[in-house]
Design a protein around this ligand. Structure first.
Ligand SMILES: CC(C)(COP(=O)(O)OP(=O)(O)OC[C@H]1O[C@@H](n2cnc3c(N)ncnc32)[C@H](O)[C@@H]1OP(=O)(O)O)[C@@H](O)C(=O)NCCC(=O)NCCS
Length: 339
């Protein structure tokens, strides 16, 4: 029988379940320190894609047994030449051509949709760091993709937070942040901040170092922000936000987000942090991050571990994270392939 590939969608729960099991097995093998692979998040990512993107799914079978899956994201509102790919093969069925077959299937689809480039992410070990498989990098290189952005994941053990040092950092940051007040919320963004937060969210891909990745700033307005919130609700994400308001203008000029999912109450992701360029240099990034960390911990008594990613060249954000106690775990590479 060999390798067969079939598209699937939200109407096919058996295929969704098969793909979920492949993802869970791969993550257990490749990233044993991750929280359990979240079924609700995975299922919702099929049934309820992020707004502004079309997601195409395919399941590969090896001699009839589900062995790998591909998810292609096709942005619709911006980045219409680009695509993101998630390509995963079950650890028990690797090195038998399943990955290559899914990749070729994906290339055909991307050509049909007129896309010019595709991005995929791999993990590898840091020098002297924990072991990680070499398969992802070797596979990406074998497809002809080029490494376009180097990132590092850092992890914070919240049990080892130095509260006195955090107090000093926060006090020092506040002394540099006169004229700003810090506000916070859980879940959906209050209406009064929504337009500013959408603007900041859209800036992220313009402001964060992207290396050689060709990715346009995303067009995010309040409608897209609200639709993203519904998609995150469907994934069961509990969200903690902290923002800085510029008192003279009433504008939100800094924003950060920590979120957790239903598969583990001990683990969170430190997501986006952004300070509007006109308001940098007031330690607002550090201030909102410290306050948000404390806010999330106050509501999540089981929380012990927070992971975050930074571009290896993002010295400023890395310095903030190191001050909070985040330490490097592994290396991540964004590969870009011109089709
Ligand atoms: C990377 C991954 C998808 C490869 O799947 P696979 O089915 O084993 O890949 P294939 O058998 O089709 O391999 C294709 C080529 O990739 C390269 N490759 C794959 N795994 C490799 C490994 N462990 N060591 C060296 N080269 C490897 C080889 O060039 C291979 O060709 P060859 O077997 O003829 O030498 C799989 O290991 C995986 O799911 N890893 C975790 C997720 C991931 O990193 N995805 C890639 C995102 S871009």
């Amino acid at each position: 029988m060999g390798i067969t590939i079939a598209p699937f969608d939200a109407a096919d729960p058996a295929a969704i379940d098969a793909a979920y099991r492949i993802g869970a097995a791969a993550e257990r093998a490749d990233l044993p320190d991750f929280p359990p692979f979240c079924r609700q998040r995975f299922t919702a990512s099929v049934r309820h894609p992020m707004p502004g993107t079309v997601r195409l799914w395919a399941l590969a079978r090896l001699d009839g047994v589900p062995a790998g899956y591909l998810a292609l994201d096709l942005p619709q509102l911006d980045n219409t030449d680009n695509a993101d790919a998630e390509l995963v093969v079950h650890p028990a069925y690797r090195r038998r051509g399943v990955g290559r077959a899914l990749h070729e299937h994906g290339l055909r689809l991307l050509r049909e949709h007129g896309r010019k480039r595709v991005i995929g992410v791999t993990v590898s070990a840091l020098p002297g760091g924990v072991a990680r498989p070499q398969a992802g990098d070797a596979f990406a290189a074998a497809t002809g993709a080029r490494p376009a952005l180097a990132e590092v994941r850092r992890r914070l053990d919240t049990g080892r937070l130095d509260q006195a040092a955090l107090d000093r950092l926060a006090a020092d940051a506040r002394a540099h942040a006169t004229g700003y007040r810090v506000v916070r919320w859980r879940g959906d963004t209050p209406e009064e901040y929504a337009a500013d937060v959408a603007y900041l969210d859209g800036r992220l891909m313009a402001d964060a170092p992207l290396g050689d990745l060709e990715w346009e700033p995303e067009r995010i307005d309040v409608e897209r922000l609200r639709a993203t919130e519904r998609a995150l609700d469907a994934r069961g994400r509990r969200r903690y936000h902290q923002a800085a308001v510029h008192e003279a203008s009433g504008q939100v000029v800094a924003w950060t987000l920590i979120d957790l999912g239903p598969s583990a109450d001990w683990h969170a992701w430190q997501q986006i942090t952004i300070v509007d360029p006109a308001h940098r240099g007031h330690r607002l990034g550090l201030l909102v991050k410290i306050e948000n960390l404390r806010y999330a911990l106050a509501h999540e008594p089981a929380l012990r571990t927070i992971d975050t990613w930074n571009a290896a060249e993002n010295g400023h954000m890395i310095a903030i994270n190191e001050q909070l106690g985040f330490r490097p775990v592994d290396a991540w590479t964004d590969w870009q392939l011109t089709i």
